[in-house]
Write a protein that binds this ligand. Sequence first.
Ligand SMILES: [Zn+2]
Length: 494
Amino acid sequence: MVTAAPVKTKYEAVIGLETHCQLSTATKIFCSCSTEFGSEPNHNVCPICMGMPGVLPVLNETVLEYAVKAGTALNCKISDYSKFDRKQYFYPDLPKNYQVSQFDLPIAEHGWLEIELIDEDGNPNRKRIGITRLHMEEDAGKLVHGGSDRLSGSTHSLADYNRAGVPLAEIVSEPDIRTGQEAAEYAQEMRRILRYLGVCDGNMQEGSMRCDVNISVRPVGQAEFGTKVEIKNMNSFNAIGRAIDYEIERQIEVIESGGTIAQETRLWEEGSQRTISMRLKEGSSDYRYFPEPDLTPIEVPPEKLAQWKSELPELPAQKRHRYEADFGLSAYDVRNLTDDRAIAEFFEATLAAGAPAKQSANWIMGDITGYLKSEKLEIGAIALTPEALTELILLIENNTISSKIAKDLLPELLTQGGSPKALVEAKGLTQISDTSALDSLIDELLLAHPTELEQYRGGKTKLQGFFVGQLMKKTGGRADPKLANQLLLKKLAG
Ligand SMILES: [Zn+2]
């Protein structure tokens, strides 16, 4: 083990994430306005989400269902009794001047999620990150600032309230994270879980998943935390990792040079790859929470709770463990296969149809994923069914076609669908694995290339590749490669 600690390991970072996830309900949390992204500004609004006096909000039950499902999937305890509170906050993006949120009695608490980091040797390292709480709240509207004052002289901002009242789940982690990589993986695993559940699309570019990071550093061995800095404005997992790594270095440098860390909010600047100060935090804000008088407390009926729990799919971590144990696939393969639920289910359907796991995994992660990426498609949009992929794999396995022919057929199967077996028959692509047929083809070949044959026999054995190529050309790629090679070597030797 390491005996003398290098300077950099004198400190450790303590990191927690607050993740705001827009729940993908069709309507807002307390009214029936649409949640559609990208509508005309102030198109999806009504007196309730515009905060008019005298209106009565009503909780959208699908929001509760999604929050309970997310909480359950994050191993949280679902509260028997929960309520909404008003968080006082005066800012033009929320016309009510308070946000309906949950304060002391959130819907879900005390959970965890498992992250998996794959080390250089390809082994998975697993770690549980605690989940402090998950609560429901309404999103605020969006301010569109009219350009820079200095450049354009513009002094106005525009308010779009389409987003006001869109349901959010805010998920707060325990400060269990230590590196940028762990934080990025935590956020990715969170998104996988929410997508598997179908409760949030996790689109960071459109802001439907937003992560704020709290980070401090302390000397290794010190129990109390250092001064906490908040970082905002990261809109990719990669940016989360890089922002944290930058901030750890920055804080260590400040401390090492005798300075003190200011308690502040910093923004990640993608262009310059650094964090910059946005505002200082003086103590904790006084939001003067009080119970929301217009909404009744939430008691989830036991039969609803049981039903929602029973509707949870197998989750990404469960799938990873099962795939590794049952199929002997590498941690890396397993992660790729389970990242997207639809792809995992496609894979499982090929197994159910009789495909060997490793071959199926290779086709899905190789050619099929390549096609999906280049065409920007989801796996549900291809014409190839899991049963047809299985048929294709089995045609290779039983030596009816070579894998080269299978690869050639794939584009047509992806776009047109149909049966690989029928296609092979219609096109006459069956593999030639008959010894006497191959023998006579090789004889013809050697006769046609006497010079190369002489050179080969004179010691230029590299020419084997030339003959293999000629044979494949002659047979339209249909020669059984293994058998053809054996026979060819024998004949070349004379
Ligand atoms: Zn509304």
